[in-house]
Design a protein around this ligand. Structure first.
Ligand SMILES: [Zn+2]
Length: 263
């Protein structure tokens, strides 16, 4: 057992120090804080002499309970840290425990990294679980160590717009979306149509396309529908350019209505 003090076998015991004639200062034991037994010191070699840095584990019940408590605490802290990371990446509280339960998306995750930075275009009508799936993908990527930005397209555009006239330039905001390992744009097509928003979306999509960084999009429109939607105020060229990039860089997943239990 490793006890509170890590791998016991790496340490020098007082007997070893004596037997091997190591240069060591006088060693003193200490009382086990749980049962009072005297514990031997444990040392490591430091600058040619033994430094007594720890004590043997006791092995008593009180110590075992303390170890268990410390482990539970650490687990709780790790869980908390994970939550903070997920929320900072844009995952909503409701979806922190979301899991990828759609077969094509599972296959995509299994292949991830081996297909030139391809992403996903997930479409389906309202209530088919697009945000749930987008969040589940975000959680999986974050747990695997990738940097992720999950945002609605609307919020992304607002974030960029907010930076105008402020010290942080809008370029910084654009780069944040353009350069994360994975960008997940929820609800593309819901933003209001304008030359500015179409051009902003194109810039970000195109940057990711050229950098071969995956983009995951959800939309209530299929790709043809999205093109019409973005072009509804006359931005035909941008709409066509965005959708043609998405066709090249994303696998399509259509969600149908019979999905259950999702929020
Ligand atoms: Zn003890």
């Amino acid at each position: 057992m490793s006890g509170l003090h890590g791998g016991e076998s790496h340490f020098i015991t007082p007997e070893m120090a004596k037997e091997q004639g190591l240069n060591s200062p006088k060693s003193e034991g200490t009382d086990c804080p749980f049962c009072g037994r005297i514990l031997e010191p444990r040392g490591v070699m430091l600058n040619g002499r033994v430094a007594w840095v720890a004590f043997e584990p006791c092995g008593c019940e009180g110590e075992a309970n303390a170890v268990k408590e410390a482990e539970a605490y650490e687990l709780k802290m790790r869980e908390r840290e994970r939550k903070v990371k997920l929320i900072r990446s844009g995952v909503k509280k409701r979806y922190l425990e979301a899991t990828v339960d759609e077969v094509k998306a599972q296959q995509y995750m299994e292949r991830f990294g081996s297909d030139d930075g391809r992403g996903l275009y997930i479409h389906g009508s309202v209530g088919t679980g697009k945000t749930y799936l987008a969040s589940a993908l975000a959680c999986t990527f974050i747990d695997a160590g990738y940097s992720v930005v999950l945002t609605t397209t609307l919020a992304m555009l607002e974030d960029i717009q907010d930076t105008y006239g402020k010290e942080a330039s809008s370029l910084d905001a654009v780069l944040r979306f353009a350069s994360s390992d994975v960008l997940i744009l929820d609800d593309l097509g819901k933003e209001s149509a304008s030359a500015w928003s179409a051009s902003m979306i194109f810039q970000i999509v195109n940057y990711r396309y050229e950098a071969m960084r995956p983009l995951i999009v959800t939309s209530q429109y299929d790709l043809a529908g999205l093109e019409k939607r973005i072009a509804r105020q006359g931005e035909r060229e941008s709409a066509c350019a965005i959708v043609s990039r998405l066709r090249q860089m994303c696998h399509e997943i259509k969600l149908s209505g019979n999905d259950r239990r999702r929020g």
